[in-house]
Write a protein that binds this ligand. Sequence first.
Ligand SMILES: C[S@@+](CC[C@H](N)C(=O)[O-])C[C@H]1O[C@@H](n2cnc3c(N)ncnc32)[C@H](O)[C@@H]1O
Length: 288
Amino acid sequence: MAASKPMMRLFTNRDRYFKAYETFVVYSAKYEHQDTCTKTVLDKIVPHLPNLDQDNELRVLGVGSGSGKTEFPFLTALLKKYPIITNRVVEPDEDQIIKYKALVQTKGHELQGVKFDWRQQTLEQYRDTDGVGTKFHFISAIHSLYDVEDIDSSLMYLYDLLEPGGILISMLISDLCGMWKFWSRTSDLCKRCSHDMLSSFDRHDIPYVQSRYPCEMEITKCFDETSEDGDLLLDFCLQVSEFKKTASASKYKEVIEYMASSECSKKDGSKILMSIDWETVIVTKPSN
Ligand SMILES: C[S@@+](CC[C@H](N)C(=O)[O-])C[C@H]1O[C@@H](n2cnc3c(N)ncnc32)[C@H](O)[C@@H]1O
């Protein structure tokens, strides 16, 4: 029987990562969940952001913004209170920035007053080039800290980048959901979940407000060995590139069986669903 080949982290194969991510977006109805979650989150954030003089701009930083679909409703909600916004976008993937720019172009009329400042960089590269030169009133890192080199120092850096009274929101998968159980037991690669973010703020005695949003993803296709969507979803759940091609037959069987177990998923008629709950942390920097 063929042995497993070394596993490659999904994010190091960018094309496959974004294909897998887009498949995940479809089968998890990510943006529908995101819309509900964003509305709830914004109700908690916007009233508490600092008051600025009419001529002053609100400085916003997006970390790992992807195609901008998640940040777009943030910006439109912020525009209602702040007519002038500078939005710095730190996103390492060129194609994602191209998609974000296309979104800005099509939705331009809804984004009047927002000036974009594009940085095609990882957060680590941004830190090396800009340090804490510019401070921000609002920072979002939505599902984008899974692949940073060091989550604790990344979060503390983002906290340092806040203006007094500024607000940081970060979102990661909850360590209480089926996807986390699946991911943590089946892959040896470095993993991140909400617990890492909460323990980082706890260690530094930084208060936060935490919320959990229940979500599910349909994983039925993962059990169809002929399905390309199934392979992509499996890669996304494991954060491994081309798992089916790389794993030995016995490892593949073990992983699929565990995925079908009640620890990770449940049946709903002919569908199989996996919980992928999100956890959000909102941190407000004390005003001077
Ligand atoms: C799962 S996607 C989320 C995209 C978007 N925030 C959303 O919720 O739709 C993760 C994003 O983080 C970006 N990313 C990965 N590593 C990063 C890093 N070290 N610094 C900044 N962004 C990173 C990826 O390029 C990708 O666009």
